[in-house]
Design a binder for this molecule. Structure first.
Ligand SMILES: [Zn+2]
Ligand SMILES: [Zn+2]
Length: 342
């Protein structure tokens, strides 16, 4: 039996002018391309991964739904849903989608070619999240990891602790409305689900921008309880209410029409005080859908890949840690991936 090909001989970062993302040569497809391509495999619905205009899109059914909800007509042609754990041959490569624990439908893309296995993790976390299937480590020859919070200062507290703080503040200030800034895909629904887990069963109020994806989650069987649009509710009724809104709405007059709003913001970046101040946040909540430093290091150990390729975020520290701990690690320098949604 001939030796398996080295991972970097068949999976490569792709220059933006040729589609960007990763190019899987023997499969003839891109993973998370940043420009419109012929054939795309998409890890999840966040806008830096799920771009418009591909001629053929393969993803989990929820991810395809999310793309349709957000991109409409330009969600791409020939959508092909692939359930988790079901191998699919594309040319010479076998593709399997495995839960990434990041948002509803998020998948790691497991690629196999002539005995070589590469896992593209997309974005992921290891924490409990009632709104999506948990991350599953898959051993492989090369693991491509994000490093959004790839510095040892980033250690997220348990979400339950942050949720308890929020509910406590609500009890201390029953006259105020609590406005929680959060991104529309993933964070919003996770906050709602954690509030429900903590026993909060009152109606939750949503900015109009957050309603469609909450309804989509509910259609996919995620129970979010009683949700109401914030804008049609009488002002007095909003005293003591919890309102979820996009971060962009926190500082503008949308939030000011609520009774004495107390501004909170849920993000892994709330660890950084300057970021909280910049958004006028009284109550930073450190809740993230990305792995923190400990989760990143733990995951590298769990997947036991001799090769680690690190992308979007603080690559250097994780590359350094991995090289010290017996991995061959390097930064991947993919262009176009950011922290739009963290
Ligand atoms: Zn993401
Ligand atoms: Zn990302």
């Amino acid at each position: 039996m001939p030796a398996a090909p080295s991972p970097d001989s068949w999976v490569r970062p792709c220059p933006p002018e040729q589609g960007g993302g990763l190019w899987v040569e023997p499969g003839g497809f891109h993973v998370d391309p940043t420009r419109a391509v012929a054939r795309a495999v998409i890890t999840h619905g966040h806008s830096d991964h799920a771009r418009p205009g591909h001629a053929h899109v393969l993803a989990t059914a929820p991810t395809l739904d999310i793309m349709r909800a957000r991109l409409g007509e330009s969600a791409g042609g020939n959508p092909q849903p692939l359930p988790y754990h079901q191998p699919l041959r594309i040319n010479d490569v076998t593709v399997t989608l495995v839960p990434a624990g990041h948002v509803l439908g998020s998948a790691q893309v497991v690629l196999e070619y002539q005995g070589s296995r590469v896992v593209v993790s997309g974005d992921y976390k290891r924490r409990h999240d009632p709104t999506c299937a948990p991350f599953e480590p898959v051993t492989c020859d090369a693991f491509i990891t994000e490093a959004t919070f790839g510095l040892p200062v980033f250690r997220h507290p348990p979400a339950s602790v942050e949720i308890a703080r929020l509910l406590h503040v609500g009890q201390v200030f029953p006259e105020r409305s609590l406005v929680v800034g959060c991104y529309a895909l993933g964070k919003c629904q996770r906050l709602i689900a954690h509030l429900r887990e903590a026993g909060y069963d009152k109606p939750l109020y949503l900015h109009g921008a957050h309603l469609p994806l909450c309804e989509l989650y509910q259609r996919h069987g995620v129970d979010l309880g009683d949700l109401r649009p914030a804008t049609v509710t009488a002002k007095e009724e909003m005293r003591g209410a919890i309102v979820l809104a996009p971060p962009s709405a926190l500082m503008d007059k949308w939030a000011r029409r609520l009774p004495d709003p107390l501004i909170a913001y849920a993000s892994g970046w709330m660890r950084v005080r300057a970021r909280a101040r910049q958004h006028g946040v009284e109550m930073p909540l450190v809740i993230s859908d990305h792995a923190d430093w400990d989760e990143l290091c733990q995951t590298l150990q769990d997947v036991a890949a001799p090769e680690v390729w690190v992308t979007h975020g603080a690559e250097e520290a994780l590359v350094h840690w991995a090289n010290l701990n017996g991995f061959r690690a390097r930064p991947l320098h993919l262009v176009g991936f950011g922290d739009e949604e963290t």
